[in-house]
Design a binder for this molecule. Sequence first.
Ligand code: PMP
Length: 432
Amino acid sequence: MSHVFHRTADPIEVARAEGCWVYDTEGKAYLDAAGGAIVSNIGHGVIDLGDWVGEVDYVHPSVFTSRALEEYADRLSNLVPVDGPKIFPTSGGAEAVETATKMARSFQIAVGQPERDVIISRSHSYHGNTLGALDLSGRPTLRQPYESWLGRSQQVPQVNEYRCPSPQHPADCAGWHARQLEEKIIAIGPERVAAFIGEAVGGAATAAAVPPDGYWEAVADVCKSHGVLLIVDEVMTGFGRTGKWFAIEHTAVRPDILVSGKGAGGGYWPLGLCIASAKVHDTIMGAGGFVHGFTFSHSPSGSAVGAAILDKLIEDDLVSACEIQGKKLMARLQNAIGALDVVGEVRGKGLLIGVEFVSDRESKKPFPREDRYIERLAEAARKEGLLVYPSSGCVDGTAGDSILLGPPFTISDDEIEMVVDRLGVAIEVVAA
Ligand code: PMP
């Protein structure tokens, strides 16, 4: 009998992991086409933690800095698309999101606008499971048990071209979304709004929906004209996942605050990052400082591991590899499963690829939730030795079945073929 409070009833015991493969204790091999939870970017078993951790184990982050932290922040400052970046490391994505919202609030207080306390996010979004981050997340099933503790943030419509809520779609979707945001800001009262947050490219909640061209530029303009800070969530998309170091670099926008996680530590360390522009940092620090912190923020060991991930990404040119292999995987999926009756759309960028499943292609009607289509598909894939990242609710919060694929950037051409073949078999098994 296990004494662990597991997340699911019957987890598989892992024995080891190597490259794109995970092996259980019974010797079964799984092709990790989801990089765990879109985390593993350099692949499994590449870095020996013993090489990186240990110069300093722990010091209090409000008393000490460390060489590892300073060097890591220096290197990041040349990579992140934020002006005069100041790096606040955390232990994961949700902590980074919480840090970002508190930074936005602290900035508004520092500029003499303390009544700005509302954050606007999007429906069908995900920013984390802590209460502050969950409040921003538009995923009803995750919110439902805790709804009475939530409700401070406000939402604008989802950004998903396949299910675009704009009545004029496909004409000027970017402009329509920007107007929705502006109308929401005006309805709340511009003097009340602290920040807007959105995922650079959608994650599990929209199955890697890529915003339409011009979306981020239009949204950034609206934010700027109303004194609203722009927070871009790159927890899933950062560190190369979409074929650029950060997904917002596919646009001309430079956010006030950028959050990242997952690939920052590549699975080797629970690392999140909240990165503020010099304007945000200097304003807050100039007005007395930032009332916030965690015991395990600014970790010297975490910084050393983060630097090792950067080394590997740079030395092996893995961000370019992600772009190249992402195009191959996308093309092979489109070709092999894109025209199946149950496949609504294959979408995404780089090695962040989503597949949305439907019961009827014509009307885009989802399977009834009771069918548990996506759970059955993930199970069938696992039996074939393929790990995918399943999700439900992409249509109305409850119905809507999708998977994310996000393998390590080191995935080979042969492994791409295996992903496509095994997924095809799993789809057939569920159909039967
Ligand atoms: N933001 C986004 C876009 C995410 O995808 C996630 C995790 N799936 C989070 C925030 C939360 O990160 P964590 O699970 O590390 O708290």
